[in-house]
Design a protein around this ligand. Structure first.
Ligand SMILES: Cc1ncc(COP(=O)(O)O)c(C=O)c1O
Length: 445
């Protein structure tokens, strides 16, 4: 057996960590996972309060999915994409069942980034136009085009990126001045009017699509109301653009619906890109789902996109089994119900801790924004800056008390697996209470 210290040292010596300077990396060597918990090589247990990267929705080591993978491995792991398999046929059918509106045909790939890349290619091929409109506060993936599409600062070091991305303003009610004295819906309508004006100024005949997250994720769960999505749908229809939703993070029950966009039935998308919860990371998989109309276009036009591992047989089997788990354990409804418990718990913490400036989200997709002062709303850690001492201390407290989650700038993610119980939510909230007490010491109210 390799000693835990060796695992860490060799990982540091021989592997690179994404999105980080390498020197300060001090990883926990994780050995196994079960349900909502992961265990490190010393046997210490962590409550997985973020579902890793908001993807392990069914929890760790689910026996149904483990068995399906084991059975598939023994039979066939892979065939090239122009052959087909029973698992591919079935997962395609399931995707048509669970995705909204007339979304019917799926191009399978390896993860969220390539699902978004494929969506953008499809929009450009289908419309014959080039530009894609996206939000500043969004993330769509790590490759050049997907990173350019996201407005998130992770794009900055590799700029200029692809030249055909156009950015739209964000419906950030908590921080954008135009929302002051207005309701969320009123502010969202103004932001949507600005989007229409951007389309006009960019030339509608050059604009292929609007791409937005179905429910905002790592940029801060900055979610508009249905007014915004309905107006986007109208703008797309009026000017001949496709409406594309990125459901990589918000899909598969995370927000209490199958997909984030399901909260807004009047804004059915033409293209949906997803990944993460489709297999919960048991095997990597991404998917780009298109409407009937777009699918028909490609009956006699070449789909200029492809990957060696498109429709990977093992990933197909994992996807089927994962969707079976969502269904048999009613995890979409469970996310909604447990989401209420989590939300109430966070609201109770906000009564006690003035550092909680805002709580946003739906289902088991909840974020708290930490501020130095509730009146000024000054963030406890600056946007895109090094983490403040306060946030670092809070993150260290969570970790040392056995709660693993994402702490980014002044935001703390509360996005546990959808199988979490009420008692386990209380367990996480109890530790969060302690972390917030540390943050309260830095409050400047
Ligand atoms: C909304 C969204 N889109 C795309 C991606 C990229 O997915 P992946 O990291 O699987 O390539 C992510 C990853 O977090 C995401 O949250």
């Amino acid at each position: 057996m390799v000693a835990p210290a060796d695992i860490v040292q060799k990982s540091k010596d021989y592997t690179l960590l994404s999105w980080s300077a390498q020197g300060a990396w001090n990883p926990i060597p994780i050995e196994r996972g079960e349900g909502v918990y992961v265990y490190d090589a010393h046997g210490k247990r962590y409550l997985d309060w973020s579902s890793q990267l908001v993807n392990v929705n069914i929890g760790h080591s689910h026996p149904h999915v483990v068995r399906a993978i084991q059975e598939q491995v023994a039979k066939l792991c892979y065939v090239e994409p122009s052959s087909t398999t029973g698992p591919r046929a079935r997962l395609g059918e399931l995707m048509a069942e669970i995705t909204p509106g007339s979304l019917t045909k799926t191009l399978f790939c390896n993860g969220g980034t390539d699902a978004v890349e494929n969506a953008m290619k499809i929009a450009r091929l289908y419309t014959g136009r080039q530009k894609i409109l996206t939000r500043y506060r969004s993330y769509h993936g790590g490759t050049f085009a997907a990173a350019s599409a996201g407005g998130d600062p992770r794009r900055l070091a590799n700029e200029p990126g692809v030249p055909w991305i156009v950015r739209m303003p964000d419906p950030y009610a908590y921080r954008t001045p135009l929302y002051q004295g207005r309701t969320q819906e009123e502010g969202d309508a103004i932001i949507a009017d600005m989007v229409e004006e951007i389309v006009q100024m960019e030339g509608p005949e050059y604009c292929a699509a609007i791409l937005v997250e179905g429910y905002s994720g790592t940029s801060g769960v900055i979610q508009p109301s249905g007014v915004y999505y309905q107006r986007l749908r109208e703008i797309c229809d009026k000017y001949g653009l496709l409406l594309m939703v990125d459901e990589v993070m918000s899909g598969f029950g995370r927000t209490g619906e199958w997909f984030g966009i399901d909260h807004y039935p009047s804004a059915m998308p033409d293209v949906l890109a997803t990944a993460k919860g489709i297999t919960c990371g048991y095997v990597p998989l991404g998917a780009t789902v298109v409407s009937d109309k777009i699918a028909r276009y490609f009956d006699d036009h070449t789909l200029w996109a492809g990957l060696t591992y498109s429709s990977h047989t093992l990933a197909m089997a994992a996807g089927i089994a994962t969707i079976e788990v969502y269904r048999s354990e009613n995890l979409i409804e469970r996310s909604r119900e447990m989401g209420k418990v989590l939300r109430q718990g966070l609201m109770d913490l906000a009564e006690k801790h003035p550092v909680i400036g805002d709580i946003r989200g739906a289902g088991l997709h909840q974020l708290i924004e930490i501020v130095k002062n509730r009146d000024t709303r000054e963030p406890m850690s600056p946007f895109n800056g090094a983490p403040s001492e306060a946030m670092k201390k809070a993150a260290a407290y969570l970790k040392s008390h056995g709660v693993s989650t994402i702490v980014r700038w002044n935001m703390i993610f509360n996005t546990p697996p959808l199988i979490i119980t009420e008692a386990q939510i209380q367990e996480g909230l109890h530790v969060m209470d302690g972390a917030l007490s540390i943050l309260d010491e830095y409050y400047e109210g």
